[in-house]
Design a protein around this ligand. Structure first.
Ligand code: HEM
Length: 225
């Protein structure tokens, strides 16, 4: 018990917890992205996928609960780490010149906060919304279900614009987050660092671009049914 307490209070312990929960969230994001790209294949594909997930409900609920816990642990340990770093040095450096801190690193607190707000908004947008009612596309008596809800949401340029802004935030957050995850796990060697930076940047750009392609495609090219 004492050892656990000491581990949780150490800076490296907190960093490792942030890193491992961050990796789990990246896993969810990549899976979620793969599911969402079914928007490109039309209503049957996306609704079929949503239906399949719905049939897995009782088991899926456990996964969702675990995801929620992981998200909360990731956020609270990040905050704890930030606060204990500030406590460790309450007086700021007289002349502090950050050495080569990249844009994605400096933006971490902002992209992280933006993402937390985005996820809450996003859940009310799609998960908790009425997926068969007036928010969806209804043709006669047939509802286009979740596909219709996403289709209608992205007809608004403002709505789509906010999503694209959040997807840029996720791109920046992943760029630094993945790099930081590898460093925390010990891949911190001048030989590997340039390669790690390139892979993390590619991951961030690919995730932001692929997610952003969905509102753009829906707004300009997709069919409502
Ligand atoms: C263009 C981008 C995105 C689209 C179109 C999208 C679409 C959706 C849809 C349709 C659902 C509801 C699924 C259902 O009820 O079966 C959903 C749920 C969810 N999305 Fe997204 N999403 C996007 C980006 C993101 C991002 C970047 C994150 C995380 C940072 C995220 C996190 C979630 C979570 C946590 C849920 C709830 C999962 C669940 O109910 O099991 N989404 N999303």
């Amino acid at each position: 018990m004492d050892a656990l307490q000491r581990y949780l209070q150490s800076s490296i312990g907190k960093k490792q917890i942030v890193a491992v929960t961050g990796l789990m969230l990246i896993g969810f994001i990549l899976g979620h992205l793969a599911g969402n790209l079914l928007m490109f294949r039309g209503s049957e594909a996306l609704n079929g996928y949503a239906h399949k997930l719905a049939t897995m409900r009782p088991a899926l609920l456990l996964v969702e609960l675990a995801l929620c816990v992981v998200f909360i642990v990731h956020l609270s340990f990040t905050l704890w780490l930030l606060l204990s770093n500030t406590d460790a040095r309450p007086v700021p450096y007289e002349s502090y010149e950050p050495t080569e801190r990249s844009l994605s690193t400096r933006l971490m607190p902002y992209t992280g906060s933006l993402l937390a707000i985005f996820v809450l908004w996003h859940l009310f947008d799609f998960t908790f919304s009425d997926q068969t009612g007036a928010l969806s596309v209804v043709v006669g008596k047939d509802s286009m279900g979740l596909y219709g809800v996403v289709f209608n949401a992205f007809q608004s340029s403002f709505h789509s614009g906010l999503y694209i802004l959040a997807m840029c935030a996720i791109g920046f957050h992943l760029t630094h987050g993945f790099q930081s995850f590898l460093q925390t796990l010990g891949f911190n060697h001048p030989k590997y660092t340039p390669g790690i930076k390139v892979i993390s940047t590619l991951l961030g750009v690919a995730v932001a671009a692929l997610f952003s392609s969905i509102p753009i495609y829906v707004k300009f090219f997709a069919s409502p049914i």
